[in-house]
Design a protein around this ligand. Structure first.
Ligand SMILES: [Fe+2]
Length: 235
């Protein structure tokens, strides 16, 4: 992100689960998109008010409670459109009224900022990442040196394996990652740093990945997550 960038990403850490609520500010228009509004609507609203912004859009990475529980309070204060992927809406089965349902590859215009919606299943069936410029807002798909759980309802570790492979294949190495939780030694990192130190990006064998995600990781690794050298993920 440089001085010419049409947007700024502000990351608020809120609530008891170390959620990051990212506010994308479009500099030219004063519009803001809030990603996964949750926990403390008052803090989110105060932040945008102090910067003179208007929330025109709410972007959801997925429908888990800790990512959506302030939607209604934000909507009570701002006329915002709510965006999520169609498969996530179907998985969720309820949610806000009249959302805009997307397919992977759709683009959202936030003033002069273009945001691409990526379908990244694995944590939930309709999990999304949002790509803008050199930034990726990665929800509970990709954490700094970690990835989202796949053992909850709708989770699928094989899908997560392919989702992570696809992200690595299609995104430039200098892409900056903005995850949905602060679980790690750093709040953000680059894809290059992740390829080097994120154990979930080290597997070439899907069954080994599944074993690591479902049976090994949570018992042997603890927050804050730091880098793991390639080859040292599990015996
Ligand atoms: Fe989640």
């Amino acid at each position: 992100m440089n001085a010419q960038s049409p947007y700024v990403i502000h990351s608020l850490e809120l609530g008891p689960m170390a959620n990051f609520i990212h506010v994308i500010e479009d500099r030219g228009s004063g519009r803001a998109a809030v990603v996964d509004p949750a926990w403390e609507a008052g803090e989110i609203l105060r932040f945008v008010r102090e910067r003179g912004l208007r929330i025109s859009d709410i972007l959801l990475t997925h429908s888990h409670y800790d990512h959506i529980n302030a939607i209604e309070d934000v909507l009570a204060a701002h006329d915002a459109r709510v965006h999520l992927l169609k498969p996530e809406a179907e998985f969720w089965g309820r949610g806000p009224e009249r959302p805009i349902l997307h397919h992977g590859g759709d683009r959202i215009e936030l003033g002069g900022t273009e945001i691409e919606v990526l379908h990244t299943p694995g944590h939930t069936p309709g999990s999304a990442c949002y790509r803008l410029g050199d930034d990726l807002i990665s929800g509970d798909t990709l954490f700094v040196f970690g990835c989202g759980r796949c053992d909850l309802e709708g989770g699928d570790p094989e899908q997560m394996f392919h989702t992570l492979k696809d992200l690595v294949a299609r995104l430039p190495a200098d892409t900056r990652i903005h995850p949905g939780h602060n679980y790690s030694v750093a709040e953000t990192s680059t894809l290059a740093e992740e390829i080097e130190g994120n154990p979930f990006l080290h597997f070439d064998d899907v069954q080994r990945f599944v074993r690591y995600r479902m049976h090994y990781h949570d018992r042997h690794r603890h927050e804050p997550y730091g880098p793991v050298p390639r080859g040292q993920e599990m015996p």
